[in-house]
Design a protein around this ligand. Structure first.
Ligand SMILES: *Cc1c(COP(=O)(O)O)cnc(C)c1O
Length: 350
């Protein structure tokens, strides 16, 4: 019997979610965002499964090279572009598109005299990466990008007037440019159909999690792609007053049946998941009691009558949204998915 910490990756759910994006943005090309090991789902596997998208978005050359070496032929766009001039020949050689976002990159490109496929990034109000809007026309003339893009800071919020303002300012700044445009991430695709333009850039929704705190994935017709499973490896009876786990942060108020699961923060399960964070055993929600440790987690089995050693436990995924676990740990689904560690076994299910 092996340890049983498994991430099951449901490829048909992924295709379903891609189809949801197509239906929401029927006139746009889709840049499927697969940076950071495809939000923890497996870079190469997700690139293959998403080859029906119009392009694949990675963060940097290293991620793009892994894909080229695996024989992935799709258009690849590196969102941070190159960091030093020595990368430029590799971008050209392997036909990787670079997002140009600062003047240093323009200088390196001009000096290298190597023609690259480029996208140009403008800062319409997020103030993280990109050229100021007022420089749009000047930089456009220098870089000759195939796409001009920007990124929204607050598309996922209920009151998203700031995002609306970003879109208006961007549209105004680029109105004389004859090229393609890209503005929206998952939240933007859903909230601002008028901003879908030539390319949409969905990430989290492809993996079946909601980009919103106020709307569930189910309400958006998205299906979870990753189900993280663990195994129940110990069952024991505790008495009222017994404390559970490191620091004794949970005290049994009555006699309780405690189960121990073979998964922990060493697998990427968040250590900050609070007492009461649910797991699913035989379809029943059982609360975590005590601190999450590196290899093990303790849960209250009072809700399940027939629990036995070797049982499968769902930590998040099918029947238990990763967004809910993220909220219990004070973070967002993106971080939990990205953090699933190399110790977890990945199984890809057609
Ligand atoms: C990661 C990323 C996205 C995707 O964002 P989601 O919220 O996951 O849809 C879109 N655009 C850029 C520039 C990104 O870096």
């Amino acid at each position: 019997m092996s340890r049983g910490a498994i991430a099951k990756i449901n490829l048909s759910a992924l295709q379903h979610n891609l189809a949801v994006v197509r239906a929401l943005a029927p006139k746009s090309k889709i840049l499927a965002m697969i940076k950071s090991r495809a939000y923890g789902h497996g870079l190469i596997e997700m690139a293959r499964a998403l080859s029906g998208a119009d392009g694949l978005g990675v963060a940097c050359l290293e991620e793009a090279m892994v894909l080229r070496e695996a024989g992935i032929k799709n258009q690849l766009i590196a969102m941070s572009g190159f960091f030093e001039a020595s990368e430029i020949p590799l971008f050209e050689q392997h036909d990787i598109t670079a997002v140009i976002h600062n003047p240093e990159q323009v200088k390196m490109l001009t000096t290298a005299k190597i023609p690259l496929n480029c996208w140009l990034k403008l800062d319409s109000g997020m103030h993280r990466l990109g050229f100021p809007l007022k420089e749009a026309e000047e930089v456009f003339a220098q870089v000759k990008p195939s796409v001009v893009m920007t990124h929204l800071a607050t598309a996922d919020e209920i009151d998203n007037q700031d995002a609306q303002a970003q879109i208006s300012k961007f549209n105004h700044a680029v109105k004389n440019l004859k090229t393609e445009f890209s503005i929206t991430n998952s939240a933007g695709v859903i909230v601002f159909p008028e901003a879908q333009k030539n390319w949409v850039r969905p990430g989290i929704m492809l993996y079946g999690a909601s980009p919103f705190a106020h709307k569930t994935a189910q309400e958006l017709n998205l299906q979870p792609v990753m189900t993280l499973q663990a195994q129940l490896i110990s069952i024991h009876e505790q008495q009222a007053g017994d404390k559970i786990g490191y620091g004794g942060t949970y005290t049994c108020e009555k006699p309780m049946t405690i189960g121990t699961l073979a998964i922990g923060y060493g697998d990427g399960y968040p250590r900050h998941a609070r007492n009461g964070t649910p797991v699913l055993i035989h379809g029943q929600r059982c609360p975590i009691v005590g601190r999450v440790s590196m290899d093990l987690i303790t849960v209250d089995l009072s809700n399940v009558e027939n629990a036995k050693i070797g049982d499968r436990v769902i930590m998040w995924g099918e029947g238990l949204p990763v967004e809910e676990i993220a909220a219990c740990a004070g973070t967002i689904s993106y971080e939990l998915l990205c953090d699933v560690s190399a110790r977890v076994k990945f199984e890809y299910i057609p």
